[in-house]
Design a protein around this ligand. Structure first.
Ligand SMILES: Nc1ncnc2c1ncn2[C@@H]1O[C@H](COP(=O)(O)OP(=O)(O)O)[C@@H](O)[C@H]1O
Ligand SMILES: [Mg+2]
Length: 319
């Protein structure tokens, strides 16, 4: 179901009703004007949400993002504080030399109104070089502990961010073992799989070199990299915490291996490493750093790929 009341509520919160494509009376109806350019345009690409671009009479545009897929969930089922945390995550990623972060024009319990961006240019090497430099600058923001000041969301499940001094303990507890209690994960994994994951958690200090806790986007799939009209790299849809920088690198890298159409040019990783060295062997470790996302996808019931087979492969390699 396309949840137009949530969109209207969010536009009103942004002070944008009455002058856009919505009925001036503020009635419950969504009333596109005669000009078809001013109808909300549904945007492709979300995993848990639906976004619309809404054109303004002055030619500018905003994007409204509400929880739930078309034909799927109701936006009123949005987890508590989902968009409030997302807005805080976006604010935390506004870092000098980093990515463009869209202005947040309104936050409601059911939707977010954002500055409108453009899709990323897949093969523009200059763009990806700028993105590599921007991520390196982002990862320059560090903390003495792993975690964040509050729990957030990864998809529609809690991202646990309780502070830890030890990065390996943080990753084991809040990024791997945390998912074993989700019922789809419990149903999908055998006792042997679970034992393998526990063993990996014990061995993490040998498998992953120590690294500082840096701010991370936390859901850095290529689809969450966007562009400004003048070609600057931008980010949306974060799941922020302070953790190892390889968490972000591994996601961009792994997604490109799994779906070659989404592959990020090598220049991105080289440009990142020019500004911020990456410990040797990071490509080999990428599946392990991505394990948290694979478990999250299983927990969400995502069927795009056999993620359980991916997890079993990682267990075989690293246990
Ligand atoms: N500020 C924006 N400008 C342009 N498009 C956007 C913007 N925010 C989201 N989108 C579009 O909506 C899609 C879903 O938004 P996203 O925040 O990634 O939701 P999800 O949490 O469901 O992945 C994105 O892939 C992108 O195509
Ligand atoms: Mg997204």
């Amino acid at each position: 179901m396309t949840d137009l009341p949530a969109v209207r509520e969010a536009l009103a919160a942004a002070g944008l009703t009455g002058a856009g494509p919505f009925d001036r009376s503020g009635s419950a109806r969504l009333t596109p004007r005669d000009d078809p350019d001013q109808s909300p345009e549904m945007l492709a690409g979300g995993d848990n949400s639906t976004a619309w671009r809404v054109r303004r009479p002055d030619g500018s545009a905003v994007v409204v993002k509400a929880f739930g897929k078309p034909g799927g969930l109701d936006s009123t089922a949005a987890p508590d504080d989902l968009f409030e945390v997302e807005a805080q995550g976006l604010a935390a990623l506004r870092i000098p030399g980093g990515f463009v972060i869209p202005d947040v024009l309104a936050v409601t319990p059911h939707a977010l109104v954002l500055q409108s961006l453009l899709p990323r240019p897949h093969d523009d090497v200059g763009f990806w070089e700028r993105a590599g430099h921007a991520l390196a600058a982002t990862h320059g923001v560090t903390d003495s502990c792993f975690g964040w000041h509050r729990d957030g969301w990864l998809g529609s499940l809690r991202q646990e961010n309780g502070w830890h001094e030890d990065g390996h303990a943080f990753y084991a507890t809040h990024r791997i073992l945390r998912y074993l209690k989700e019922s789809p994960v419990d149903a999908a994994l055998t006792a042997e799989d679970r034992a393998g994951l526990h063993r990996i958690c014990q061995r993490l200090p040998q498998l992953i070199p120590p690294a500082p806790a840096t701010i991370t986007h936390g859901d850095l799939a290529p689809a969450n990299v966007m562009a400004t009209p003048d070609g600057r790299p931008a980010l949306i849809d974060p799941a922020v915490s302070f953790t190892w920088p390889e968490v972000d690198l591994s996601m961009l890298y792994w997604v490109g291996l799994a779906w070659p159409g989404a592959r990020v040019p090598d220049r991105f990783f080289d440009a990142y490493a020019e500004r911020r060295p990456i410990a040797d062997g990071w490509r080999d470790r990428a599946p392990l750093l991505h394990l948290r996302e694979l478990l999250s996808l299983i927990a969400h019931g995502d069927q795009r790929r056999d993620f359980v087979a991916d997890v079993r492969h990682i267990i075989r390699v690293f246990r």
